[in-house]
Design a protein around this ligand. Sequence first.
Ligand SMILES: [Zn+2]
Length: 812
Amino acid sequence: MRSTRKPIRRGRLLALLALPLALAVSAPGLANPTTDTAVAPDRTSSGEQNGVGLMRIVVADKSGIDRLNELGVDLAEYVKPVDNGIEVHAILSPEESQSLRDMGFDVQDAISDQSDYAENVAERSTTVRALQALAASTDTLTVLRSEWFTSLDNQLFLNIEVKSSAGSDSTTVLTVSYDSGAGTEIGSGGTATLSRFTDAGQYMYHRFSNPLAIDKAPAKATITSNKGGSVTVDVAKWLGSPRKVTGDHPYVSDFVDHYMDPTEITARFTSLAAEFPKLTQLIDLPYKTNGYRRQAQAQFGTATASIVYVTSKAYGSEGGNDITMSLVNPGAANAPLTVGVSGKAVTVNLATNGSGAITSTAAQVANAVNGNADAAKLLTASTYRGNAGAGAVAAAAATKLTDNLKAPASVSRDPFQMKVLRIGKHRDGSKVGVFLYCQEHAREWVTPLVCVESAERLLRNYAQDPNTRKIVDDLDIFILPVVNPDGAHYSMYDYNMQRRNMTNYCPASSADPANRNAWGVDINRNFSVGSVYDGYNGGSTSCTSDTYSGPSKLSEPEARNEVWLVDNFPNIKLSMNTHSYGGYFMWPPGAYKTAGREVLPRVDQGTEAFFWTSSDYILSRVQEYRGTAIWPGRTGPVTDVLYSAAGNSADEHWYNRGIIGWDFEVGADVYNPTTKRFTAVGFQPTFAEGHEEAMEFANGNIGILEVARAYATDKIQPKSTVKIVSQQPGATTFTFTTSEPANVYYTLDGSRPTFNSPKLALAGMREGVQNLTVNSNTTINWFSVDIAGNVESNYKPDGNGKNYNKQTVTVN
Ligand SMILES: [Zn+2]
């Protein structure tokens, strides 16, 4: 781990406090976040990444977390029991930290500050520049070894090692086609993808991770690169002594080598679709985002009552950035207040009194600008944060409005076309669908890499790995790598702690330039189930809160696109929503009402049992990569192991459509064997750590697909039995056991059991199944049904058959 756990630098804090806007924030928005007039925390004043930090807070119990949620505090998705309560992490400016301390919260040290961001950006630009240089030319292939050999059990193997001049780019993929003996056609022996071999982060060459089993000794092989290179070589018999090989099928992985922005990722998915037309379909989602763009602004004055700020009508990229405005001292007595417009230059001639002093107030200037027809076509003027604006303004030279967006021109300022890569041999709706989606929250930089790595593995291993082939043949997989592309661009180029999209719904009272990092809608709070608009906890109606749920349910194109996909492909039965950080595996319910902690309906006993059984499998796959264990305490329903998240997407999928909606939080705490402590990794760890997280959770995604395939192909009926728990005079207590996760429907009155009969329930949160007690001899009639819908003994609950289970329990 890096030494990031240093306090926020004192110099920066003092610089921030010296600014007038910071001083104006005497009552930060924390105190009353649900009104639009609340003064939002200032997050931009230092001109760089503004002094916010990821801070540690310890609360006494869960009600403390609920309180922070109600205050609209920007919490990380991380909860950890500690000796004196619960540790949570929040993104806070120094003023916000102080405000929380004033309210009695125990705000402790920083997990990370903005110096991490600069290091990450520098590392990323170096990689991107090197990759761009490589992409400019066709690669050269150097064959290091090409040979076949026989193992002790007479199996033939092929060994190929090739170095590509573009090999340090992880998207470089080499494929080998070989003949089946002298004079035969190249390809007649087979085709396979080579694995990219790196050592200590350095590209070495491409090879099979294990020698490839083949049927006939080849004479020639052709190696081709997706970067254009190609070479044909002789394949010789290896003269060394035959070696024992495991015979494992080569499995290729590791396709991400730097943090990627949504433009790069979408281009990668587009080229994957072009490369694998038989296995994929690229789906353009119907709702374009608002785009990585914003209106241009300028602010005049420093004292609150004298501030005027202006906002362009056009987006900055569409002309707003070309507008200028000046406040001119006429240099004469008794001058009137007038506004003139020439092209895109707005000139305000200020009024003076008899001695030539400026008398125009902020409110008068705003009214004059808004009242001038030509100026009003270009921009809107406002006083500062709802202030009456009674102070006289100061003269100011022509000032250019700016949207303050810093991404390179290669990042489009237009509405973004979100794309889903659909992967499957049979993409006709006949196969069970699985929806994998990533980066609803912009600052969670590792998450899209999980989606990219998962897609690459499925496509690159299809030709040679039988397990991958089963998954792709039997499922219909939909991968959306970036749900929040505008916010993600903003997080990467402008403000790294951005969580939401970029759409600003704030009124003039909170839409001044210093608030620009406090706008946007939290996509994972914008869905229609368990919303803040239904009284659930963990979403906000304040436009400056980091959990702002939007002006209404499903107001955002990003959220509507998710809903469109699951509505249009009703074969989707399972989904995974990947977030960071903390190392969690979660499922519904994900929200409760603030009043009375009324939780969304819990899933039934059979489904909960399926979730736990699946967890065991999926989390074992995660662990295979580098030993990371997702803790039992971070596995379970969202409301039990994290906190209430009103209007999240997993609840939308489950409660409205019955789609199993799972959530990952990648980035489990990393154990330091020296200090014997776990440390949190944060949203943007060094790429070296981010890479490991992407690899292990891509393993988890493959595990989910394996579970989905088992579900899709499950034709085995469950079996169930009655289990006597205890027998006392006058009372016998029993329950049911099942051969696999299944629901049990039963009657105790001798009637025929149906789907309307009582269903065996859970005893309580994180407890086992309930026990039933009878007080006289009772005949139990029952059947069980598994998660895939297979009914025990093929019983038809809606028919007339009697092939349900029957047993009489006796009471002493
Ligand atoms: Zn998140």
